[in-house]
Design a protein around this ligand. Structure first.
Ligand code: NAD
Length: 336
């Protein structure tokens, strides 16, 4: 039936469309490594409806198959998604390939202790991914994440600028959680970053930290004054030692890294231009080049763009350079 007469009273506007805006594209994601971290990333992506297809890939096919079945049994309760098991060739068509494969820290080991083993895994794996999915963005989560992000850029053949590491997105989340807890404020209102290596030499950017729009050194409430130097030190130590403590107690960290990685996936697939401290190969960032390290970056479908205008105090600058040297040295020592 067609309407031939406009029956609206005169003076009324054209009716607006009642259709919701078209959904944004949701890229396919492949996750290599179906261990604690890879499966928790898959679960976090599923819950938030960030991808229309998730492909899980692992050399342990029996475990991978069981994980895929287990995730599929929950499909009824999440936004529509297809979860399947695959091989490296099945990365073809993925917008993002997330790598969590490899050795993990045992109690007492540092992340850098994993460098040699995981670089050798990457030496085989990255060219195979590059062949299967030359355009895909690579999101490195395996540790040591900064060294492996650099390794991935080398082994990919230098053709893909879209290689990033999860970096200190997780450490930054730990940092703001602890600050929020101490100050009795909502975690979403704390704006403070951890940069540098995802590891021992990481550093907090206290000089630019804010709560709401109040510089952190002036933030106080009716209940308490600003953070004391001792409290600041305790917070930073807790952030740095968090993974080791959790690994000593339960063997792995998985929940927060699952959510942190899903957050990065969200920023990419929704083309958000979100500020996140991902690891990226730096080119003259405050004088640092040729090493992958976390600094605040704009993250979108175009990858990560470091924000060169971020302000650093002299001490923060010195510590960031130290952190860069440690990561570069670990890469050289492991044969990069
Ligand atoms: P895990 O042992 O549970 O899982 C690793 C999986 O990788 C295993 O299932 C194994 O079969 C698989 N694998 C090994 N070699 C492979 C290959 N060549 N191809 C495909 N699959 C392969 O370990 P996890 O706890 O899931 O941790 C995974 C990695 O993530 C570790 O390196 C860990 O240190 C790292 N991690 C990083 C962060 C971070 O913030 N970036 C946080 C937590 C863990």
């Amino acid at each position: 039936m067609s309407i031939t007469h406009d029956i609206r009273p005169s003076g009324l506007e054209e009716p607006q469309s009642v259709l919701p805006p078209a959904p944004q594209l949701r890229g396919d994601v492949a996750i290599i490594g179906a261990g604690s971290v890879g499966t928790t990333i898959a679960y976090s992506i599923m819950l938030q409806g960030l991808s229309s297809q998730i492909t899980l890939i692992d050399t342990n096919c029996k475990k991978c198959d069981a994980e895929v079945k287990d995730l599929n049994h929950g499909l009824r309760f999440v936004p529509s998604v297809h979860v399947r098991m695959g091989a490296i060739e099945d990365c073809a068509g993925a917008e993002i390939v997330i790598i969590t494969a490899g050795a993990k820290q045992k109690p007492g080991q540092s992340r850098l202790d994993l460098a040699h083993t995981n670089i050798e895994i990457f030496r085989q794996m990255i060219p195979a991914i590059a062949k299967a999915a030359p355009e895909a963005m690579l999101l490195i989560v395996s540790n040591p994440v900064d060294v492996l992000t650099y390794a991935a850029t080398q082994f990919h053949g230098g053709k893909n600028p879209y290689i990033i590491g999860s970096g200190t997105v997780l450490d930054t989340s730990r940092f703001v959680s602890l600050i929020a807890e101490r100050l009795g404020v909502n975690v979403r209102n704390v704006h403070a970053l951890i940069v540098g290596e995802h590891g021992e030499s990481e550093l907090p950017l206290w000089s630019s930290a804010h709560v709401g729009n109040i510089p952190i050194d002036r933030f106080e409430t009716a209940d308490r004054g600003p953070l004391t130097p001792t409290e600041r030190e305790e917070i930073v130590n807790s952030v740095r030692d968090a993974a080791a403590e959790i690994i000593a107690a339960k063997g792995a960290t998985n929940w927060a890294i699952g959510l942190a990685t899903a957050r990065i996936v969200e920023a990419i697939t929704r083309d958000e231009h979100a500020v996140l401290t991902v690891s990226h190969c730096l080119n003259n960032f405050h004088g640092i080049s040729g090493v992958c390290l976390s600094v605040p970056c704009l993250v979108s479908r175009r990858g990560a763009m470091p924000l060169h205008s971020v302000a650093l105090s002299d001490e923060e600058h010195r510590k960031l350079i130290q952190s860069a040297e440690i990561v570069a040295q670990a890469g050289h020592a492991a044969g990069l």
